[in-house]
Write a protein that binds this ligand. Structure first.
Ligand SMILES: NC(=O)c1ccc[n+]([C@@H]2O[C@H](COP(=O)([O-])OP(=O)(O)OC[C@H]3O[C@@H](n4cnc5c(N)ncnc54)[C@H](OP(=O)(O)O)[C@@H]3O)[C@@H](O)[C@H]2O)c1
Length: 329
């Protein structure tokens, strides 16, 4: 697979446009600052009552109400939460973005599942960072960048791909590597990774390990350090050296236990469950279920948050993190 770098991009394309960024959250905060520092004319679209107005203005960014920001731009970046994007497109972007404009997404979800069907005269592109907003900004400021993925859904102008590469340049992705993908591939792999590995898989693995030790009579504090706290140390090693490199860096006892025991925890049953999750993502069943959850005002999410907050691993963890002088979140 070919990777694209700064030399493969044309910075003049995005610098020639006026860009409206909708949202000043995790990605909006990072991407608008990166655009500004890359010499791009950027205006933030924020609701009148937004608490972000003051910090955005303090960061030297121009701020307007969303409809006005869109009307004054030829590129609109959708950095509001995925669940509100269809309404924001319908009410703010569709009626106000000038003919021939471009719409940029950081995640393919709403286009892939057809929750937004943009006007045919628009370029519709994706520039998805492989990192959370904080990293997108911190890496850019440090002269590096996080990798990014680009894709083209609609190429009305004939130059949508070049514009996507140019936008990726402005975010620093060309310093780390830009991969060309599709809205479908980015959406399905992203959902799968967060469900099976990064969020759902990891949190349930940690909780199951913690509960097993506590149920067997071990001190919750010790179980917390072993099963949660040390995850970061191992993740950092895997990030820096890969799985094989991590295994070569740990003790022979830990390495032997990994080879002989790990597949008993994540065995054929877990792999079958992963294939089932992927099937639900690809069929649209997960997206339909999420849609019902959002329409019902997030009952599962609210109950999950309450249960997680009340769990022993959280109360013990909050106390231990406090004592270690780390910020509580
Ligand atoms: N989180 C990440 O690091 C990350 C990583 C990769 C891709 N992405 C993608 O980036 C996009 C943005 O995600 P995010 O996590 O950055 O979003 P977020 O932090 O949840 O966005 C919050 C911002 O959206 C604004 N907002 C919320 N509802 C709105 C509405 N109805 N109308 C106008 N503005 C509204 C909020 O405005 P107020 O100030 O008025 O409340 C706030 O400024 C998503 O497509 C996501 O999948 C995110």
């Amino acid at each position: 697979m070919r990777l694209f770098y700064d030399a493969d991009t044309d910075p003049t394309l995005i610098r020639a446009r006026r860009v409206a960024v909708l949202g000043f959250g995790a990605q909006g905060r990072a991407q608008s600052a990166n655009l500004k520092d890359s010499g791009v004319a950027v205006t933030l679209g924020l609701r009148a009552a937004s608490k972000s107005r003051t910090p955005a203005e303090a960061a030297g960014l121009g701020v307007a109400e969303p409809a006005a920001a869109v009307a004054g731009a030829s590129v609109v970046v959708m950095l509001v939460p995925d669940e509100v994007q269809p309404d924001v497109y319908r009410d703010v972007v569709g009626p106000n973005l000038a003919k021939g404009g471009a719409l940029v997404f950081a995640h393919g979800y709403n286009i892939h599942y057809r929750r937004i069907q943009p006007r045919m005269d628009l370029d519709v592109i994706m520039v998805a960072p492989n990192g959370i907003g904080e990293q997108v900004r911190a890496q850019y400021v440090a002269g590096h960048g996080v990798p990014g993925m680009i894709a083209v859904h609609q190429d009305a102008s004939g130059s949508a791909r070049a514009l996507a590469l140019s936008y990726a340049w402005a975010q620093g992705h060309g310093r780390a590597g830009i991969i060309e993908s599709s809205f479908r591939e980015e959406t399905e792999t992203d959902l799968f990774a967060e469900q099976a590995v990064l969020c759902g898989g990891l949190t349930h693995l940690i909780a199951a390990g913690f509960d097993t030790l506590v149920e067997a009579g071990y001190a919750p504090e010790i179980a917390y350090f072993c099963c949660l706290h040390e995850v970061k140390l191992i993740a950092d090693m895997i990030y820096a050296r890969g799985v094989a490199g991590m295994r070569e860096s740990i003790s022979a006892t830990a390495e032997f236990g990994d080879y002989t025991r790990g597949s008993r925890v994540i065995g054929p049953e877990s792999r079958a469950a992963m294939r089932a999750l992927l099937g639900e993502i690809r069929s649209g069943a997960f997206a339909a279920e999420l849609q019902r959850e959002i329409q019902a005002d997030k009952p599962v999410i609210k109950a999950g948050r309450a249960a997680a907050r009340a769990a022993l691993i959280e109360t013990i963890g909050a106390e231990l993190r406090d004592r270690m002088g780390r910020p509580k979140r």
